[in-house]
Design a protein around this ligand. Sequence first.
Ligand code: ADP
Ligand code: MG
Length: 227
Amino acid sequence: MKRQIALQLSGIERRYGQGDTVLSILKGADLTLHRGEIVALVAPSGTGKSTLLHVAGLLEHPDAGEVLINGRSCNNLSDDERTAIRRADIGFVYQFHHLLPEFSALENIMMPQLISGLPWNETRERAGQLLDYMRIAHRGDHRPAELSGGEQQRVAIGRAVANAPLVLLADEPTGNLDPATAHYVFDALEALVRQSGLAALIATHNHELAARMDRRVTIADGKVEEI
Ligand code: ADP
Ligand code: MG
């Protein structure tokens, strides 16, 4: 069976102007992510990992090249259309959880679905399932400040996939965790990806975690290379 492509980056260029100088970060980066696969993005600081993830997640416009989500080019979309795709098809996880402090873990996971207009009961049920999946069902009523770092990140992952996106983009999601906790959080993430068939691109400095993923890519001279 032919594997379906979830995300395709083709010829992505990204430059930043700094005074008189222009910094070329991405210089024709290509990457294809299939459904159900987890790909590690491993590269030194400053090489453009976050930039690549932001372009892939439609948070930044590339200066050249094309982002295709589920086969659809995102080049000539309006801001509203980009927002709609971001909401429905893309989940983003950051190094720091960015959970809403006033809301419980369960409510944080419910939020994206409520914003999408799903009924409260359905939203509640899905958030409960995700907590269960992340093995933190017993922590659902707690606010982020009452959770450990690993629990906070699992809630953040739950929130990122609450709307059943096609693509999960994670920017050093375990960078702030001790090694054992990082593996535990990755276990949960992996179970979720395998079960849902989404595609994940995960920037990490953790080589042991990277070794557990399906493929590893790096950024060298502004291009994505398999390693
Ligand atoms: P990484 O995530 O691999 O550490 P980044 O994608 O954050 O790398 O950044 C790549 C390079 O681009 C860095 O040199 C950074 O300083 C520069 N950069 C990133 N964002 C901006 C910006 N908004 N303006 C100017 N330079 C930027
Ligand atoms: Mg970064």
